[in-house]
Structures are given as structure tokens and as C-alpha cells.
Ligand binder design. Structure first.
Ligand code: C2O
Length: 469
């Protein structure tokens, strides 16, 4: 009594005038008192002997030992994300969301139940899923414990240099500034999939393909980070918000399995507030923004709109392992595009669409506009517009989403302005690229031909939608 200074005494001592009963109630109400019970930590601060890693390795082994019919088994969990198995398939297989507005929310639900299963299978009931903070230069290599061939966290099929620790993620591939800068949810959730997919392709092996990626234990640490980026995006404010007024977004129900192997369902409304609803926070994130489905907007607060599109007649572009240059004949559109590009208010995007390949090419692609033919590609030059890879869409042998070609758009004001200063017919350049090896850019062989169906420019805007009520 004298030495134990519990929270209730603290509240009383600080003059909170409430009855004991109410105080107890408040203490038990997690919304009022606790942020969350579980903290997801940056793997950069952990080692192979940290309890988080020991428990995870143990759970992976235990899940791998379960019969494949058990929804908690490693193979079943991976198949919920995606599988190459011919279907009809067991409940929930192949349900991952890519290229849609459910990308962030679906993966959040998936991780939430996966985390519960790991707790059960490891016997570590305080366990929280760490995250691979890959935007940091200090974490641009695959975390060390995943590179130990004797660990259950290792898989041999990744990019050899990534597994060897000589390979690292280029900063171009992990750049999230486009997504984080977006105000409209629809734009942010689309743009975050770019760097997310680049990390998949750079790690390679199972990670490089949707139907196999969740078999690699690093998958879940990777997605923990993607999930954290959702929180970070929201926390920037400025009108950013989840599309809680969109009945289509709120209305979709997904099935997962809990730690008992029992089927459970969730909707986007169940995963808006990680701390409150799901009981976790990240060790490095600003205070979480609490979104609620009950507040109804007729429209999402921001609308992402393509104001006008300017198409170019272009024959389909094919990219193998070599740099490809394509002249863009602007013709009489030239003046208009130049004006939009030079304006400080209008945003010009270059849009590559109809992107596909027969199988995962295994490389990323840097995009430039106006890069002089005799100049080496340099992402720091004004001609660089962005990097993409195929993941989730456009890989034809992947089933599920494979038959839908991918579209990427990149802000192009700076590049087009620089390009048109030099040349009336600027060049679009696509440079197949790979991970850094010993800190230097590598020139990997592409395993498939990339097809780009169309190139256009778009003037795009984010506008505040009229709020009804
Ligand atoms: Cu559903 Cu990173 O993939």
C-alpha cells in the first residue's frame, strides 16, 4: 500500500474527482487509457536472439509442420494471399487485393490474424509482428536473421545477392514520396503499391510473385511496414482520410482464420483504427488518426481526378534487358503540354498503361523523359520520373490478377519542362534495372519481355469534394 503506487491512486492524487467505480471502469476501457497492448517493432533494432525473432522462427517451423488442410498452416496462410494451385480452392485462397482500393485494408486484416496465429504457435502471447523499415538506407539489406541458411526464416530461392547480403535495395525503388504526398486515398493506395512491389521484385524468388510471395517469411515483415505507411500517410493530415463514406469500400467482407482455425470475417470498418480496434501500434509512428465509418460523407473528402488526357499514337513498346528509347511525337499538343508542365498549379503525369509480361521479368524499370541518348541514366537528373515493376497486376502466368495489365503514372512536370527545353520531340526512356550489388547498380537479365501498350500525358488534380452534410 505504501510503496505500490497504482494508477488509481495516481488519478485520485492528481485530483480526478470520480468515484472508485467509475475510475475502474475508465481503467478497463482501452479506448480511454491504453494506446494498445502490442507494439510492432522495427526489425533494424532486433537480432536473431531477440525474443520477437526467436518466437517468429519457432512459429514458422510449427506452422510448416501443420497439415496443409489446417488453415493455420504455413502453406494455407500463404495460399490465402495467393497460390498457383488449380482451383476450386479451399475457403479464402487467392483473396489478396492488389491494384484496388482494398490493398491496405486487406493486408492489414491478413496480418492481424497471421499475428494471432504466430502468438499461438510460438506460445509467445505478447508477440507483435516486427516491420522491415526498408526506406531507411540503414535497412536497405534483407534483415540479417533472414539470411541465415540454418534459420526457418531463410529461403534459398531469393535473389542470390540479397541472401548473401551483398545486394541492397536502391533508393529509387523504395521511394514512397509520391504516395505519401497524395491527398486522396484512392491515389495514395495506388501509389504505395509501386515501392511495395519493387521490394517484392528486388528480394526475388517467392517474394517476386503474388501467388508465391507469402511463403517467404520476410513477406510479413515487409507488409508490416506497408501497413505502418498507411498510418503515416493518414497522420500527415491536410485532409487525408480513408474513404469511410464509400459504401463499396465499407461493404466488402473478407474471411480469414483465427488462432483456433475458426473462420472469421472482417470489413474495412473493422480495421480503421489499429490501436483501438486491433490493439497494436508501431514503435515509430505519429499518434494514430482514428477514422470512423459512422460519420457519413456522400463523397470521400478528396477526389482524385484526371482532368484531361492527351494520348499519343505510339506502337506498343517492348523492353527486354536493354534500355529502350521511344520518341514521343507531341505534334500540335506540344504547346499545351509545355504550359501544363511549366505551371506551378497544374500537375502533369506521364501514364504508362497496358503493361504486362508473360511471366515475372524479375527487374524494375526506371522511367525517364528527355534523357539525352548519349547520357547514362541517372535518377538524380531532372529527366527521371520514377521506377516501377510488375507485381500484382500484368503478370500473365500468375492467375488471379495476372490477366489485368498494370498502369503506372508518374509526376512529370519537371522532366517534361527540362525535355522540351532541349527537344520538341522528347524521348521516353525505359531502363531495366536491378538491386545494388556492393552498393553499385546492377544490370540484371530480364526473364521476360515487358510490353507497354500505351503512353499518355494526363493533367490530374486532387480536389476537395463537396461535403454534403
Ligand atoms: Cu499482397 Cu505485397 O502483396
Amino acid at each position: 500500500m505504501k510503496s505500490s503506487w497504482n494508477r488509481r491512486q495516481f488519478l485520485v492524487a492528481t485530483g480526478v474527482a470520480v468515484s472508485a467505480a467509475v475510475t475502474e471502469h475508465t481503467l478497463l476501457n482501452p479506448k480511454r487509457v491504453l494506446a494498445a497492448s502490442f507494439t510492432r517493432k522495427d526489425v533494424g533494432g532486433l537480432t536473431a536472439s531477440s525474443p520477437e525473432i526467436v518466437s517468429y522462427a519457432k512459429a514458422v517451423t510449427a506452422m510448416q509442420a501443420l497439415p496443409a488442410t489446417d488453415p493455420r498452416s504455413w502453406s494455407y496462410q500463404a495460399a490465402i494471399h495467393g497460390t498457383l494451385a488449380p482451383c476450386p480452392c479451399p475457403t479464402s485462397w487467392n483473396t489478396c487485393e492488389h491494384g484496388t482500393e482494398f490493398f491496405w485494408s486487406w493486408h492489414r486484416m491478413y496480418l492481424y490474424y497471421f499475428e494471432k496465429i504466430v502468438r499461438r504457435m510460438s506460445g509467445d502471447y505478447g508477440w507483435a509482428l516486427p516491420y522491415w523499415n526498408w526506406q531507411l538506407a540503414s535497412e536497405n539489406k534483407l534483415p540479417l536473421m533472414f539470411r541465415d541458411p540454418t534459420s526457418s526464416l531463410y529461403t534459398a530461392n531469393r535473389n542470390t545477392s540479397i541472401n548473401a547480403g551483398t545486394g541492397s535495395l536502391p533508393s529509387t525503388d523504395v521511394d514512397c514520396s509520391l504516395a505519401l504526398g497524395d491527398l486522396a486515398f484512392s491515389a495514395a493506395v495506388e501509389d504505395i503499391q509501386g515501392p511495395h512491389g519493387n521490394v517484392h521484385v528486388d528480394v526475388g524468388g517467392w517474394m517476386g510473385s503474388v501467388p508465391t510471395s507469402a511463403q517467404d517469411p520476410i513477406f510479413y515483415f515487409h507488409h508490416s511496414n506497408v501497413d505502418r505507411l498507411w498510418d503515416i500517410w493518414l497522420a500527415q493530415g491536410g485532409g487525408r482520410g480513408d474513404p469511410v463514406g464509400d459504401p463499396a469500400w465499407k461493404g466488402k467482407t473478407y474471411t480469414f482464420f483465427d488462432e483456433n482455425g475458426t473462420a472469421v470475417t472482417m470489413t474495412d470498418c473493422d480495421v480503421l483504427r489499429a490501436a483501438q480496434q486491433l490493439n497494436y501500434v508501431y514503435d515509430s509512428e505519429p499518434p494514430q488518426v482514428n477514422e470512423y465509418c459512422i460519420r457519413i460523407w456522400k463523397f470521400p473528402p478528396w477526389l482524385w481526378q484526371i482532368v484531361q488526357v492527351i494520348h499519343f499514337p505510339i506502337s506498343p513498346i517492348e523492353v527486354n534487358s536493354e534500355r529502350v528509347n521511344v520518341p514521343i511525337e507531341l505534334g500540335e499538343q506540344s504547346k499545351r503540354i509545355q504550359q501544363i508542365a511549366a505551371s506551378s498549379e497544374q500537375r502533369l503525369f506521364v501514364v504508362l498503361s497496358g503493361i504486362e509480361a508473360a511471366t515475372q521479368p524479375g527487374v524494375t524499370y526506371q522511367v525517364y523523359i528527355g534523357l539525352p541518348a548519349n547520357e547514362p541514366p541517372e535518377p538524380k537528373s531532372p529527366y527521371y520520373v520514377g521506377t516501377f515493376s510488375l507485381f500484382g497486376l500484368g503478370v500473365r502466368d500468375e492467375g488471379h490478377h495476372g490477366s489485368t495489365p498494370a498502369t503506372y503514372r508518374f509526376p512529370a512536370n519537371r522532366a517534361v519542362t527540362a525535355a522540351l527545353r532541349r527537344d520538341e520531340t522528347p524521348t521516353l526512356t525505359i531502363v531495366p534495372s536491378g538491386i545494388l550489388i556492393d552498393g553499385k547498380p546492377s544490370r540484371p537479365e530480364a526473364k521476360a519481355t515487358l510490353h507497354i501498350g500505351a503512353v499518355s500525358f494526363a493533367e490530374a488534380a486532387e480536389t476537395r469534394a463537396r461535403q454534403t452534410k
